[in-house]
Design a protein around this ligand. Structure first.
Ligand code: SF4
Length: 474
């Protein structure tokens, strides 16, 4: 066993800091812990004073390539213990005014090049809890999206929701307005565990809701499940997946529990609310069991965290947004990406409502993208899907005239291959099961190492496709 030197700090100067531990059990021990991909890695904030002019340039720029839209509904009935997305408490009286604001937000720039040019391939209504809104308010927002956005003929339109409060009338309102995909946050079917985590619907209610959606046969139905929850055994996870498969849904996201600072789960664990705590070192074994059960049901893994049972499920929004597609953002707290810049819609609900009512753009933050964004997007998109097209990455390298970056990352990829995280064959980098589990951590490290080399001004030498320190082409 080889224990690599590691600092886990962004921008660390030595390549060994990014190496994995070479162990017989890479699922358990390749890295010390999971890391999230920082969404603004390599980006530069636009100063507040420059924001109006920058936004004016962004809204008059035509969109190129694939595009999606995201509409945020920032309300929840309660703060589920594990969740880092909670924003505002839900009050039914807030719903109509919020839907009015989103409709106005969607309409304001309907003729601007940023919005009117090029097809939009996927629209995602996320949160928070979109399904908390009344059916008529959901329908108004969805209809506004179909009216004011130039949707592609095969546009995926998703509404995210939770079972509690998502009645048949709301489902019908969504379908009538054009929704063709529902993403339902289940997390676990285990009733005892669900209630302690703050989830309100019981197992029977969830199963019956999903079966009704499936029987309606009018939309792709996908759910989220989490593994590694406190007091959840491997058999509990397997039972959850088998239950999900039995409902006939089209797709499934499988996420590991992420202990997010500031979420109520952390003090709950510290207070001893759960008899068996979360065991980060065992998360890989949950991923392995989950992958095995899904494979046994012949589900197809279309990303490192998403599986589908039917071809109705495309997971289009999530896949496009991770490959650097343009993203139009609407609603308080939404994040978008246009003309090489990321932007954030005002998270402050009162200010968002007032700004939109005044006919102004509620944009509060803009970040300029790294010059080598094509390369970073190729890496993020490829790693997310579990296989990286070497030719595509090489072309992106050539775009920045930084062919030697390929030589710089070659030893890192080779070390990860030795550590059992990836395979290299026929022009593709393919993640192993352990690599799929550690994908996010690997992507973060790979991008940090590339950024470090670019910052250090690595001189030109070899191309990615010809660098062969170990006899394998990367
Ligand atoms: S899991 Fe969903 S409903 Fe619960 S707090 Fe998070 S966003 Fe809200």
């Amino acid at each position: 066993m080889h224990q690599a030197r590691r600092t886990d700090e962004a921008g660390a100067a030595s390549i060994e800091a990014y190496f994995a531990t070479e162990t017989d059990d890479p699922l358990a021990g390749a890295f010390a812990g999971k890391r999230a991909v920082h969404p603004f890695l390599g980006m530069r904030p636009v100063p507040d004073g420059d924001r109006p002019a920058t936004w004016a340039a962004m809204r008059t720029a035509r969109r190129d390539g694939k595009s999606v839209a995201y509409v945020h509904v920032p309300f929840c009935e309660n703060h589920c213990l594990f969740c880092g997305f909670y924003q505002n408490p839900w009050r039914a009286s807030d719903g109509p005014a919020y839907a009015d604001a989103v409709v106005a937000d969607l309409a304001r720039d309907r003729d601007a090049p940023c919005q009117a040019s090029g097809p939009v391939h996927a629209v995602y209504f996320g949160g928070g809890t979109p399904s908390a809104l009344a059916g008529r308010d959901l329908a108004r927002m969805i209809e506004a999206a179909t009216r004011y956005l130039p949707l592609a003929g095969d546009c995926e339109i998703t509404v995210e929701g939770r079972v509690h409060g998502f009645d048949d009338d709301k489902v019908a309102a969504c379908l009538g307005a054009g929704v063709n995909r529902f993403s339902i946050g289940v997390q676990s079917f285990d009733e005892r565990l669900r209630r302690r985590l703050g989830r309100k619907a019981g197992r029977r209610e969830i199963v019956s809701f999903l079966e009704r959606l499936v029987a309606g046969d009018r939309a792709a139905i996908v759910i989220d499940l989490i593994y590694g929850l406190p007091e959840q055994s491997l058999d509990d996870l397997e039972a959850d997946i088998r239950m999900a498969a039995a409902t006939g849904i089209d797709g499934l996201d499988l996420y590991s529990l992420n202990l997010i600072p500031g979420t109520p789960l952390i003090p709950a664990l510290e207070r001893g609310k759960f008899s068996r705590p979360v065991e980060p070192g065992r998360l890989g074994s949950y991923f392995e069991r989950g992958s095995q059960v899904l494979a046994a049901h012949r589900w197809e893994g279309i990303s490192t965290s998403h599986w589908r049972r039917t071809t109705r499920e495309r997971n289009l929004y999530n896949l496009l947004v991770k490959t650097g597609a343009s993203c139009l953002a609407f609603g308080s707290g939404a994040g978008g990406f246009l003309d090489g810049r990321s932007y954030r819609v005002d998270r402050d609900l009162g200010r968002y409502l007032a700004t939109v009512a005044a006919g102004e753009a509620p944009v509060t933050h803009i970040m300029a993208q790294a010059p080598h964004h094509t390369l970073l997007n190729a890496i993020k998109g490829g790693m997310e899907s579990g296989r990286l097209d070497i030719a595509q990455a090489t072309a992106a390298l050539a775009e920045i005239g930084g062919a030697t970056i390929g030589a710089a990352i070659q030893p890192l990829l080779e070390q990860w291959r030795r550590a059992g995280l990836l395979r290299l064959s026929d022009g593709w980098l393919e993640l192993t099961l352990a690599g799929r589990f550690w994908q996010v951590s690997m992507t973060q490290r790979l991008i940090e190492w590339i950024n470090h080399n670019i910052d250090a001004g690595i001189p030109s030498a070899r191309t990615l496709s010809t660098a062969k320190p170990t006899g394998e082409t990367v």
